[in-house]
Design a protein around this ligand. Structure first.
Ligand SMILES: [Ca+2]
Length: 202
């Protein structure tokens, strides 16, 4: 046995051990990567959900079963129209469904005419899915359509907001529809019981 054979004989256990470690590493590496990916998902998802709930709350909604909810229209929608949450409304109009769309506010509830009864306002979608329009449902009154039907263009940016009137402060109720091109405001005139439109540039 020469020096070369001696070296091979001595190094064999070392090489063998190294190969076992390497085999384990090749087996453990994907496992470790999987565990890390799962940990990231487990950490990121609650943070994402918390941010979504926070946004929903800031917009005046509440999350139910993980989705933002602004309330449901109790009044009967006029024939040919329906009230849908943001994401469903976007899909009905042929737009892509998205998490952001779930935060789109299309419903408001307040006492607009100051008679002590809660009234409702909603952006409704026509049954054919071709247009949307703003309606008000005051208790004891017929539904009022405040805007003409409009197509899907810019609908993803539409947001409804309302402000209850305060007769003591001389402030009338107001409905606002934020759109792509600006903000349309409708002010309640209690003397003649009509909504007066006024447009403001963004
Ligand atoms: Ca009322």
């Amino acid at each position: 046995m020469d020096i070369g054979d001696m070296f091979l004989l001595c190094s064999w256990p070392i090489l063998g051990g190294a190969s076992v470690i390497w085999d384990r590493r090749t087996t453990l590496l994907p496992l470790a990567a999987g565990v890390m990916a799962a940990a990231v998902v487990l950490l990121v998802e609650p943070v994402r959900q918390f941010a979504y709930e926070d946004q929903c709350f800031d917009l005046g909604g509440a999350t139910r079963t993980g989705r933002c909810d602004y309330g449901t229209l109790r009044a009967s929608a006029p024939s040919g129209w329906r009230s849908l949450p943001g994401a469903e409304a976007q899909v009905a109009l042929g737009l892509a469904k998205s998490r952001k769309a779930e935060l789109q506010r299309l419903y408001e509830e307040a006492d607009f005419d100051g008679d002590g009864r809660l009234d409702e306002a909603a952006v409704l979608i026509d049954e054919a899915g071709r247009s949307y329009s703003l309606f008000v449902f005051r208790q004891g009154a017929r539904p009022e359509q405040l805007t003409p039907p409009r197509g899907q263009t810019g609908f993803a940016d539409v947001v409804l907001s309302a402000r209850e009137g305060d007769p003591q402060a001389g402030r009338a109720a107001e409905l606002a529809l934020k759109t792509q091109s600006g903000r349309e405001t409708f002010v309640w005139d209690p003397r003649v019981e009509v909504w007066r439109p006024s447009s403001e540039a963004r």
